[in-house]
Design a binder for this molecule. Structure first.
Ligand code: EPU
Length: 440
């Protein structure tokens, strides 16, 4: 397992290109299962989670081809990676095996597309997760309302469509913690090929839901209201091939905004959409961070003083749970006491203990963390527990005095494309070691 060795105390300055969104790309890649025509996707990042999803759809009969990168193609923004061509040529297999599902919970995204297109799906149940309990009951409930039937056998969800085709209806999709992002996408995908009209009330409004709806419409679906709490879907008989560029990764962008703030630096973040980060900008402005926007570029400039704030994670457009840990790292060196409440995944606090190892003073009380700002963090050996917690540790390490070693960084490779190259190019000092051998 790789580790990162980070020398702290550097000030970041320069330009970073934001990659395409991981969380948009995952369900969008799964949507390739809904047609036998070619889907061409631009901006899909090279990440281990994407590799897992490509492997999964490969097993489900989809041919995957990644082109060499070119400087420009459709839409704006550079292609850090070449476009992906996805074409299904065999629809026999309907099983998402546990070996893949256990490495990536987003494998559940194939459930709706498989049921809608092939009438059958066997998906291993994802199981436990470092950020807390993550059931999939809302996914199956929504799909059952469209006529799918489920049974559970040997750790798998087995879904079938008894009459061959799902049937649209009006349904409420919210749960105890609010809407579900991937659940909304699964049901929206399934409804796109169902008979008649489906209305999803209480749908997730995240930009990733909007993006998947846009792709499906390019494939011939008839979807309105995606990105709002009420989505209307007029089912069609078949979907066709399409070309699409995924939206910029708002979580990567928010993480780099905090990287500028925590190192008292100045960053120019290219190819991002500030509208997707309105709540993050709101909180960071109160902390003292300054933003300037020019087309798709954001200039982030941080002052030395970090004001304490209160923040509660919420469904979009609220502050995203996926940036909670990174904000906590920043507030740990704030000028006073901050309060962070986690409303989406109330147990998503494994980073608290690791930040405290670096000298932070954070106390957890139920779904809330009380953060007493300290003068400085110190380098230490810490352990990455999940993707966003790892990002928080990288941020803390860049601000800390001395050297930090972060073990188990495979978590970070799941969701941040070339993170050490991007940060080193703007002044960070991060080295990756593979086992005991240092690599350039
Ligand atoms: N929930 C249920 N039942 C369900 C589904 C969800 O109770 O069937 C609950 C969850 O336990 C949670 C809440 O509903 O309390 C919201 O979960 P949601 O379903 O929205 O999460 P998700 O769709 O599985 C996506 C992202 C996560 C991100 C969440 C919340 C992807 C691949 N994953 O997960 O991203 O934290 O939405 O915004 O899009 C990450 O990138 O690090 C990550 C974890």
């Amino acid at each position: 397992m790789d580790s990162l060795i980070i020398q702290g105390g550097t000030r970041l300055k320069g330009k970073i290109e934001i990659s395409g969104s991981k969380n948009s790309s995952l369900p969008i890649v799964a949507a390739a299962l809904m047609t036998t025509e070619k889907l061409t996707l631009h901006g899909v990042p090279r990440l281990s989670d994407i590799d897992s999803m490509l492997k999964l759809i490969g097993e489900l009969g989809c041919h995957v081809y990644r082109h060499e990168p070119k400087n420009r193609s459709v839409g704006d923004g550079p292609d850090l990676n070449g476009p992906l061509d996805l074409t299904v040529d065999n629809e026999k297999n309907c099983e998402a095996r546990y070996d893949i599902v256990k490495t990536m919970r987003a494998s559940i995204c194939v459930l709706g597309p498989l049921l809608a297109k092939r009438g059958k799906a066997i998906v291993a149940l994802p199981g436990g997760c470092a950020i807390g309990d993550r059931p999939v009951d809302l996914h199956t409930r929504g799909l059952m309302k469209l006529g799918a039937e489920f049974r559970y056998e040997n750790g798998n969800i087995i879904g079938e469509v008894p009459n061959g085709r799902l049937k649209g209806c009006r349904m409420y999709l919210g749960g105890a913690q609010g809407p579900t992002v991937l659940g909304t996408i699964n049901v929206m995908c399934a409804a796109a090929l169902a008979e008649g009209e489906t209305v999803l009330v209480g749908a997730a409004c995240e930009p990733e839901v909007w993006d998947c709806g846009e792709l499906l419409n390019k494939m011939g679906a008839k979807i309105k209201g995606h990105g709002s709490p009420e989505i209307r879907i007029e089912g069609v008989d078949a979907l066709r091939g399409a070309e699409h560029r995924v939206i910029p990764d708002r979580i990567e962008c928010g993480t780099f905004m905090i990287a500028a703030a925590i190192t008292n630096g100045e960053l120019e973040l290219k190819h991002c959409n500030l509208d997707h980060l309105i709540a993050v900008v709101d909180r960071l402005e109160e902390v003292g961070v300054k933003f300037e926007r020019q087309n798709g570029t954001i200039f982030v400039n941080a002052s030395r003083r970090i004001n304490p704030i209160e923040m509660t994670t919420q469904p979009y457009p609220g502050f995203p749970t996926d940036i909670q840990a990174q904000l906590m790292a920043l507030l740990s060196i704030g000028d006073g006491m901050s309060v962070i409440t986690e409303r989406i995944f109330p147990d998503r606090f494994l980073h608290v203990g690791e930040l405290n190892r670096m000298g932070a003073r954070i106390r957890k009380e139920g779904p809330t963390a009380i953060v007493h700002g300290v003068k400085e963090l110190q380098g230490a050996s810490v352990m990455a527990s999940d993707l966003r917690a790892s990002a928080a540790l990288v941020l803390a390490a860049m601000a800390a005095r001395g050297t930090t070693r972060i073990d188990r960084v495979y978590h970070i490779d799941r969701g941040y494309e070339k993170i050490e190259q991007k940060l080193n190019a703007v002044g960070a000092n991060i080295q990756r070691i593979k086992g005991e051998r240092a690599v350039a």
